[in-house]
Ligand binder design. Structure first.
Ligand SMILES: [Zn+2]
Length: 428
């Protein structure tokens, strides 16, 4: 996990990309490289939650896997197909003033990187594709449950040039383990060059015109749950890895049930390096969160974590789900450089900001510095600084808890009126 985050950070720093590019590479052996793109359309969560799980949980033991989990991140947070229009129609030509220009331009460079051998563009599409028209859900115009190709065979010589053969192999293997019979996968060939004006502007058509085998993978928007969409996405991606000889390991059994549990793991966020919030069970709204007037830095452990400001609030997202909304209390940054300590259940240790301390019985902030500790939800008459007194869960007014179980509370440190940092105390 830490390794992945380091990589994520590295790639972000190295290229200053407008999205995350996570590279799972095996250094010992140069093998084929699969490049997976999630989130080109913000209202297709099966695509980006699958890509996100790939980056977080999969290990590659042979070959290489590159993943973008959050290509169109703003549209993802807004659960919109594209806040600046359809990004998948901007690959033939794009105006330099287009709001998506930088994303599309950087992505094209990765697609054409000589190391990339095969590209998957993930989607959730309408309905269930059928060759014959049955109704508005099952018909030849539907995209759901298809492996999409632009043409049968690539024009150049390439080990993966037979797109139709590969897509057929993957569809067949998917059809071996369907949750329900009507989830059948088909190959849908759009014959883009001759038949499909719109698709000529797509990501995959750009790729194949640069001699890169590329496929769109569409699970159905009409599947009943997100975990079923992610299940089929991951099974298809694993199918492509197997086809290419990329070997991998994942620490869970691939079932919709297990994925349901994994999708719920929100991780945490660090703000300005001095505030830590656990996003698992966070309340929908937090008040008086000490932030700077501008330039606040939000660092999420989840690849789909993001922040959007709206009407003075800082809204925190995992994918298209808003987890919490923070109402800020604006403070200048303070300096509390002297060491402070914390006594957890009678055992004293150094206190760090942006950390969560788990408490069984009681806790005390041990502080001889000039900083003032404010334990939010705890008051003792006549005291301004709440250091150096033992506190138990019973001492709290539960309406100040940050979690839904009313067991986690903020301890904030101030020097004069300037904010130094926050730490969380979480009663078990
Ligand atoms: Zn789509």
């Amino acid at each position: 996990m830490r390794f992945i985050l380091a990589l994520l950070l590295l790639s972000t720093l190295a290229y200053a990309l407008p999205f995350s590019l996570v590279k799972h590479e095996t250094s010992k052996e140069i093998g084929p490289t699969l490049f997976v793109i999630g989130g080109i359309h913000g209202n297709e969560p099966g695509s980006y939650f699958a890509a996100s799980i790939l980056t977080q949980y999969y290990t590659i033991t042979k070959g290489n896997l590159w993943v973008i989990p959050n290509l169109n991140h703003k549209s993802i947070m807004m659960n919109s197909r594209g806040v600046n229009g359809d990004m998948n129609r901007k690959f033939a030509d794009i105006d330099i003033d287009d709001m998506d220009y930088q994303i599309v331009d950087e992505l094209k460079k990765i697609i054409t990187d000589p190391q990339v051998d095969l590209i998957l563009n993930l989607h959730d599409g309408h309905g269930f594709y059928r060759k014959e028209y049955k109704n508005t859900i099952f018909n030849p115009g539907a995209w759901g449950q298809t492996c999409v190709i632009d043409q049968g065979v690539l024009d150049c010589d390439h080990p993966y040039k037979d797109l139709d053969k590969i897509a057929s192999t993957i569809s067949r293997s998917l059809n071996d383990g369907l949750i329900q019979d009507h989830h059948t996968f088909y190959v849908r060939n759009t014959n883009t060059r001759f038949d499909d004006e719109a698709m000529k502007h797509s990501l995959t058509f750009f790729a194949i015109n640069h001699n890169k085998p590329a496929f769109a993978l569409e699970t159905s928007k009409n599947l009943p749950t997100l975990e079923e969409k992610v299940f089929y996405q991951l099974r298809a991606i694993e199918g492509y890895m197997q086809y290419m000889g990329i070997t991998y390991a994942r620490p869970f059994e691939l079932t919709a049930e297990k994925l349901k549990e994994i999708i719920k793991r929100n991780g945490n966020v660090t703000i300005n390096n001095n505030i830590h919030l656990n996003l698992e069970n966070l309340r929908a709204g937090l008040s008086f969160v000490p932030l700077k007037s501008e330039g606040n830095d939000f660092n999420f452990t989840h690849p789909l974590g993001g922040m959007m400001q709206n009407k003075g609030k800082y809204n925190l997202y995992i994918g298209n789900q808003m987890v919490s909304s923070l109402s800020p209390s604006i403070h200048l940054s303070g300096e509390c450089s002297e060491e402070m300590r914390i006594e957890v259940d009678g055992k004293e240790e150094k206190l760090n900001f942006a950390k969560e301390y788990l408490i069984t019985t009681d806790v005390m902030i041990v502080n001889k510095s000039l900083a003032r500790a404010n334990i939010i939800g705890f008051t003792r008459e006549g005291r301004v600084d709440e250091s150096n007194m033992r506190v138990t869960l019973r001492d709290f007014d539960t309406k100040y808890a940050i979690d839904k179980d009313a067991k986690a509370y903020r301890v904030e440190f101030y020097r004069d009126n300037n904010f130094c940092g926050m730490t969380l105390i979480h009663f078990k």
